[in-house]
Design a binder for this molecule. Structure first.
Ligand code: ATP
Ligand code: MG
Length: 364
């Protein structure tokens, strides 16, 4: 048997889902179409409705209204075990008194699959998560990352067409977490299952997903590819949630142009005309533009107020003459570091029109 070949992924469609507790909407009229084999992350602050959303998909939470389709099939009221969905929770929920093999075989037992097929399937699932030979280990004898992989093996063994994961890596340290992110991506490519993944770590979401849905207060406020979210945030909430952005109030000046103090900043993107608009500047997009004036960059002058060396890069804080504070990130290579001037010096910073992003104030 080969799990990778057998899984036939399927799209999911959530239509106008709402979950209310009294007058409070934990999930507020959310619709989302996820394509077969797609990896979509839900990213948002604590309490924004991510787990509620997964619960409705998995069947643990009854929606107040709305519907859920797995492919063509309406599963809105199907019980969890009839949904053909693999689930990995934050705390793994492994059975500590069972061996690795017994844990992984559990869904087969629950689904009354013939016992004669279990051993081969367990071997296959464990090899998929690179735990070959771990069948007889006890859960207590595993590291955090290994436990995580057992939980994954248990979620994929019955060949679900959809896998839901709720912050599955949050208990791991940084190194392990980053390795697991890459492993999960590879696993997704091998399995070609549809995956919906909850996290509140933006880096994780951007690293792993085909698309990321940004949630706030029970709503999806923007869903896009990682690159588009980063470069085209729809409003100030998304802009402040993605990347190391500083939001600076600016005024609309003309088509494709915003005014910040004495500067007219040209943008390659539409500049919204509303009253409250913000320049969303990512630290890595600001350049030290002391030497060349190629006529393309928007240039602003200020004074260096602080320099922080942070290993792979250095952070330079600059105060413009009108008092606006910006910070830029300079790569820690020789050329990059020699451009940084000491605190108190004058510095010209540049921002390319392609990187000049102006967003409206979030409406919530
Ligand atoms: N059973 C319940 N009764 C009342 N309110 C609830 C219930 N379950 C969840 N909520 C509320 O619904 C909102 C969304 O909760 P949810 O667990 O979906 O958030 P989340 O985005 O997963 O947050 P976190 O990142 O902290 O896990 C929260 O304000 C929460 O307090
Ligand atoms: Mg949650």
């Amino acid at each position: 048997m080969n799990i990778a070949r057998n899984i036939e992924s399927v799209g999911v469609s959530i239509r106008n889902a709402r979950k209310s507790y009294g007058a409070f909407h934990a999930l507020d009229d959310v619709s989302l179409e996820v394509g077969a084999g797609e990896f979509v992350s839900l990213l948002g602050p604590s309490g924004s409705g991510k787990t509620t959303f997964l619960g409705i998909l998995g069947g643990f939470v009854q929606p107040t209204s709305g519907s859920v389709f797995l492919g063509e099939k309406d599963i809105t009221y199907a019980p969890p075990h009839k949904r053909d969905i693999g689930i990995v929770f934050q705390n793994y929920a492994l059975f500590p008194h069972m061996s690795v093999g017994e844990n992984v075989a559990f869904p087969l037992r629950a689904r009354r699959q013939p016992k004669s097929t279990w051993a081969a399937k367990v071997r296959d699932a464990l090899s998929m998560v690179e735990l070959t030979g771990f069948e007889h280990r006890r859960i207590t004898e595993l590291s955090g990352g290994q436990r995580q992989r057992v939980a994954l093996a248990r979620a994929i063994i019955f060949e679900p067409r959809l896998i839901l994961m709720d912050e599955p890596l949050s208990a791991l340290d940084k190194q392990l977490r980053e390795n697991m992110q890459i492993e999960l991506r590879h696993l997704h490519q091998k399995l070609r299952a549809t995956i919906i993944y909850v996290t509140h770590d933006q880096r994780e979401a951007l690293t792993m997903s085909d698309r990321v849905a940004i949630m706030n207060r029970g709503k999806i406020v923007q869903i896009d590819t990682p690159v588009r979210l980063h470069d085209h945030p729809s409003d100030s909430f998304v802009a402040s949630f993605i990347g190391e952005a500083t939001l600076v109030p600016v005024d609309y000046a003309a088509t494709g142009c915003a005014r910040l103090g004495p500067y007219h900043l040209r943008s390659a993107h539409p500049v919204p005309q509303g009253k409250e608009i913000f320049l969303a500047v990512h630290a890595e997009k600001l350049l030290i533009a002391d030497d060349a004036d190629d006529g393309i960059l928007n240039r602003m002058a200020g004074t260096v107020t602080e320099v922080l060396y942070q290993g792979e890069s250095a952070r330079v804080f600059v105060k413009l003459d009108d008092g606006t504070k910006l910070s830029l990130r300079q790569p820690s290579n020789h050329t990059g570091l020699t451009k940084i001037k000491p605190v108190g010096s004058r510095m010209t910073i540049g921002l390319h029109p392609q990187d000049t992003i102006v967003v409206p104030k979030a409406a919530y």
